[in-house]
Each structure stands twice: as C-alpha cells, then as structure tokens.
Design a binder for this molecule. Structure first.
Ligand code: PBG
Length: 332
C-alpha cells in the first residue's frame, strides 16, 4: 500500500478549513458588536440632521436626533459612542469646548439623562472644533500652539464633560502632559470615576480628511498638525508616548489611524497591560465606501476584513464609522 500524505500533519490546515463550523471552532479572533464604538457628531443651531457628504451614512445631528441615533446603536448591541461637537461660534480659545452650555455638554447630559449607564458616553476632548484657527490648542504670540496654556483649558474641558455625563474623556490633542493634567483636574473635582481614553499614538495622517469636513475645521493658513502629532515614519516614539500616557494615568490607550498602523497596535498590545483601542478613522472608512459605490469591491466584506484585522493585531475594541453596519452584518 502506498502512503497517503493526507494523514500527515501537512494536511492539518485543510482539515481545519473544511467546514464553516470547524473554521469558527479554531478561529483565534472574534469580532462582535460589543467591540465597537460609534462616532457621533452633534451640531449646535440646526433643526434637522445634515448629511456629511464625505462620511456616507453619517450626519451632523441635533441633540434630539443624536439621542435617537444612540438608541439605534443600543438596539444593535453597540456599547458606546464617542461624541464630537460643532459649535455655532468659534473663538481663539475654543470656549465652546468647556462652557457648560456648549453643544457637547448639552448632548452628553441629554443622552445621559435618557439612557443612564446603558450606553457608554465617551467625549473627544480637544479644542480644534471650537477654535477660530482650527488648531488643537491656543496659540502663542508666534502663532505656535502653546502646550502648557492649552493644558489649562483641557483641564476645564474634562471637568465640564464629566459633569455633563461623560463616562470616559478622550484627549486627542497630543499636548505633552495632557493625561496628567486632566486626571488631576478630574480628581480635584471629585470626578475620580471618570476614565481617560488617551489618543496616545496619534499620527499626523492624511486619512483624517473626511472628518475635517464633518466638523468644518480648516487650519488657518493651510497649516498642519505635524508639530504635535506623530511622524508616520516612527514606531519607537509611539512606545514612548504610550509609556508616558500610562504613567500619567491613562486607563485605555489608543492608536490612530488603525489600518496603516497595525504594526503599532501589535507592538503596543503585546507590551502593555492596559486595554489598547484602535481608531478606524474617517478616511479608512470613506475610501472603502467610495470604492463600494463604484462596484469595485464589496464594501461590507472589506470593512469586516479590516475590522477583524484590527482586532487580530491586538485592539481590544475599535472606534469605527462602520460600527452600525458591521453590527448588523454580525447579527444576521
Ligand atoms: C481631533 C480629532 C480628529 C479626529 C478625531 N479627533 C482630527 C484631527 O486630529 O485632525 C479625526 C478622526 C477621523 O478622521 O475619523 N479633535
């Protein structure tokens, strides 16, 4: 009798790929709706939600329609949202960001009053949507972002958001020392239970393009954020940023964008003990949607592949504009 090579270990992969039940049984990564956080935009001074052209399926919401959207996410099994505000007026210090009657604070308290702890409310903590010049901080006399003066404002934003009902504040401005400053101000206001999700490794990326349209932010003079966001050529510095943020009190650290930075997610998640999140950003979402609209690829399948890959790389959860459609696909 001739030897059958089908019984050798070399054929193991084939045996384990034969049926979908067996494939599920041996899969290492699972993606569920509970791994997803949906971004949510609320705009001050509008009566009806306005579609965001560059992020298909997403809207600038009124406070009322934002609450409806939250209920939809809950029904899909999505555990939380991250809120971004678009104020009616902008000024040089971004005062709408910390004013108790600022749009995000109003939205947070409305949603929190209605849903309590049923939906986790994360608030993006930055000034860029609120400043007239579009930078993430206040400017000094040379029109450069003043790191330490900005921290004083971030402290106030954190307290305003937490008092309004944020369970988690998410500093995204990449100022040095921002996590320590925010933790200290929250604790000093007896808001010790409010968690910090730090955008720790946030790269200066062209993939944020569609988001800037969503919040109507242009940096004056065609400037960019390379002076404070990370250089995409580096990964060592991401390790340093993460270590500093954890030492300063970050409860969760995040890598952003996610797909072009899977190596960073993988490296970080294998070395730190706090949860690592990935932000699947606007450009990563919109380019797949655009190709899907042209019939060039199956947008749903590609989106699923991308999100599973972000989890496989080591992200514990993912912020994604595709949260609702992926939750629907998983539920089917
Ligand atoms: C800053 C912030 C940005 C995003 C999230 N928070 C914009 C930026 O850094 O320029 C981008 C998110 C995305 O592209 O989906 N408030």
């Amino acid at each position: 009798m001739t030897a059958s090579y089908a019984t050798f270990p070399a054929k193991r992969m084939r045996r384990l790929r034969r049926t979908s039940r067996i494939r599920d049984l041996v899969s290492e990564t699972s993606l569920s709706a509970t791994d997803l956080i949906a971004p949510l935009f609320v705009r001050e001074g509008i009566d009806h939600p306005a579609e965001i052209q560059s992020i298909p399926g997403h809207f600038q919401h009124t406070v009322h329609s934002a609450l409806d959207e939250c209920k939809k996410y809950l029904s899909l099994g999505i555990p939380g949202v991250i809120l971004f505000g678009i104020p009616l007026h902008r000024d040089s210090r971004g005062s709408g960001a910390w004013n108790p009657s600022g749009i995000v604070q109003v939205a947070l308290s409305t949603i929190h009053d209605a849903l309590g702890d049923g939906l986790t409310l994360i608030s993006d903590l930055c000034l860029d949507e609120y400043t007239s010049h579009g930078h993430c901080g206040v400017l000094d006399s040379q029109a450069m972002v003043d790191n330490d003066a900005t921290l004083e404002l971030y402290r106030q934003v954190a307290v305003a958001q937490a008092r309004a009902g944020a369970h988690v504040v998410a500093p995204s401005g990449m100022m040095d020392g921002q996590v320590a400053a925010i933790r200290e101000s929250l604790d000093a206001s007896s808001l010790t239970d409010t968690a910090i999700l730090a955008y720790s490794a946030k790269y200066a990326s062209a993939l944020y393009g569609p988001f800037r349209d969503a919040v109507d932010v242009q940096i004056t003079g065609g400037g960019d954020r390379r002076g404070y966001q990370q250089d995409l050529r580096n990964s060592q510095e991401a390790m340093e940023e993460i270590a500093l943020d954890i030492a300063e009190g970050a409860d969760i650290v995040m890598v952003k964008p996610a797909l072009s930075y899977l190596d960073i997610i993988s490296r970080i998640s294998s070395t730190v003990n706090v949860p690592v999140a990935g932000y699947h950003v606007s450009g990563e979402y919109s380019m797949v949607k655009a190709a899907g609209e042209r019939g060039w690829l199956d947008a749903g399948a590609v989106m699923m592949e991308h999100l599973v890959s972000i989890k496989r790389a080591g992200a514990r959860f993912i912020i994604s504009y595709a949260a609702a459609e992926i939750a629907e696909m998983i539920g089917r």
